[in-house]
Design a protein around this ligand. Sequence first.
Ligand SMILES: C[S@@+](CC[C@H](N)C(=O)[O-])C[C@H]1O[C@@H](n2cnc3c(N)ncnc32)[C@H](O)[C@@H]1O
Length: 247
Amino acid sequence: MTSTSYAARRSQLTTYFDRTAVEAWARLTTDAPVSKIRATVRAGRDAMRANLLSWLPDDLTGRRILDAGCGTGALSVEAARRGAEVVAIDVSPTLVDLARERSAELLGGHRIDFRVGDMLDPRLGHFDHVVAMDSLIHYSAGDIFRALAELGLRTDGSLVFTVAPRTALLTLMHAAGRLFPRGDRAPAIVPITEGGLRRRIGGEAALAGFAVGRTQRVNSGFYLSNAVELKRLDPPQPFPQGGGRLS
Ligand SMILES: C[S@@+](CC[C@H](N)C(=O)[O-])C[C@H]1O[C@@H](n2cnc3c(N)ncnc32)[C@H](O)[C@@H]1O
């Protein structure tokens, strides 16, 4: 059951990614020339995608993967080429169309099940791995962890996702962001500290069967994001206090 704040933010993000930012986002996710600032973001995102994909098994044959908030689909394509049965979902119909179009010539014999909708839709079924690259960062901490808890109920292997770290620079950039006219602003990114992350994960009963595995910060110019792996414990064990540290 999703909260009102989750639904409200999802609706803002749909407008933002489907209309306000759709062209910029389409361009950022190609090799077309972009400003120096955006080039740092592109490089950071490429590094983050490679990092998240490296946390999945090399051979993904027969593994069911959810690309939660797939955007233009680059991660889905790479996972499908490694044999995964990918369900790629995004709330932006325009980005899903673009992802479908772009993937057509890259997939060889593989296929991706593209959907428009909410990543938390239980009708998507069960997965071996769920990947949410930069698609939860705009939600409140409470909504992020409730979303992870819902996804966890349907995930047999691992949840890999990114959160925005809380740093002085990011706080400054947020303050600067408020100077732009309201209509041009991206929905705010919600930073999360490492302590907050661990506390929240520990507090979610539905995540009791998971432990924090690898963590990795990617920092490239204006791109700054922390990757986190939550791995299912088998058999289920109490949540450990240790585990990986965010670098
Ligand atoms: C910053 S983009 C990242 C896209 C993609 N994961 C990537 O890294 O290239 C965030 C994406 O998440 C999508 N999104 C946000 N909330 C969502 C939700 N609840 N369900 C599905 N997609 C969502 C947005 O529409 C947007 O395309």
